[in-house]
Design a protein. Structure first.
Length: 306
């Protein structure tokens, strides 16, 4: 079937006119300053706040902020927690903030934890997947990235890239992926829209090139105590990828330009919460992200990689 997306001509990729029409169709629906910056400001008494860039999307400007607990030690291993690479995936942002507020101190003296709660603030405000250039930041983590959000994050972590032992990137899979974002992607690229299915539950994405089965299973086990785990479909898949263990699929993270592939960490994963399930509340979704982060960091501490 072809996309019924209202922008563009079927079979033709978007040009600048279509991208401008798409931008004009979006409304600012929530505030990055109120939802994110105020919570980061409240942590300044015990955390160092790093401004690692500014997105200048006139007439708006967005500071890009990261958190780390005061008192980093160069002799400790490094951990990275990222959220909001896709701005519409709400629990990624709020889960990262909740972890920083409630649990960052737990790792003092054991891990240097860097938390980047909202990689894509423009998209957060518009509850969208893309940045203003209709680029998906989570396909843009590569050299000379055209996405400012991706380039800024890669520059931030570059001094420590080889020292990270764990990176957990917090995402959601939503019903709007099928109703809005995948149709928009097909229209943008001038391709046919082929409908898919949305899994009901939490799952994670391991790295095809460097799989860590026990690490992923530890995260699934922790999250299963908070919310339900997505089952495989009739083909034994989740969103078109083979399920290799309960709630676990694999992607080639670096090849696809995904955020979870930006460090040399041996332990890396992308979480996927399902916020539209009638069996999950927003609080559960945030709690699931926090449970995943804690399980990931705890596993990396308990199983030093050599």
């Amino acid at each position: 079937m072809t996309s019924a997306f209202p922008i563009g001509t079927p079979g033709q990729a978007w040009g600048e006119a279509e991208k401008a029409q798409w931008r004009a169709s979006l409304q600012r629906r929530r505030s990055h300053a109120e939802d994110v910056l105020t919570r980061i400001d409240a942590l300044r008494s015990r955390c160092e706040v790093i401004e690692y860039g500014v997105l200048d999307y006139a007439p708006q400007r967005f500071p890009l902020l990261a958190l780390r607990r005061s008192g980093w030690r160069e002799d400790l291993p490094f951990a990275l927690v990222t959220g909001g690479v896709h701005g519409y995936e709400t629990s990624g942002v709020h889960g990262a903030l909740q972890f920083a507020e409630r649990h960052l101190d737990d790792y003092a003296g054991r891990l240097n934890v860097l938390v980047v709660p909202c990689v894509s603030p423009w998209a957060y405000e518009r509850i969208h997947r893309w940045n203003p250039q209709a680029l998906d930041p989570n396909r843009s983590f590569r050299a000379h990235s055209p996405a400012q959000e991706s380039a800024a994050l890669m520059n931030l972590i570059a001094p420590w890239r080889e020292r990270f032992v764990v990176h957990i990137d917090l995402h959601e899979t939503t019903d709007s992926d099928e109703t809005e974002f995948r149709p928009a992607l097909a229209a943008r690229d001038g391709k046919r829209y082929e409908p898919g299915t949305i899994p009901d539950g939490f799952y994670v994405v391991d790295d095809t090139e460097h799989p860590q089965a026990a690490f992923q299973s530890a995260i699934i086990d922790a999250v299963s105590k908070v919310t339900h785990i997505a089952p495989a479909d009739d083909q034994g898949e989740i969103i078109g990828s083979t399920v290799v263990a309960e709630g676990v699929i694999r992607y080639p993270l670096r090849e696809l330009g995904l955020c979870a592939g930006i460090t040399a960490a041996p332990y890396k994963t992308t979480t996927e919460v399902y916020p539209d399930s009638p069996r999950a509340t927003p609080a559960q979704c945030n709690d699931a992200q926090v449970a995943a982060v804690r399980a990931a960091l705890d596993f990396a501490l308990a199983h030093p990689f050599h």
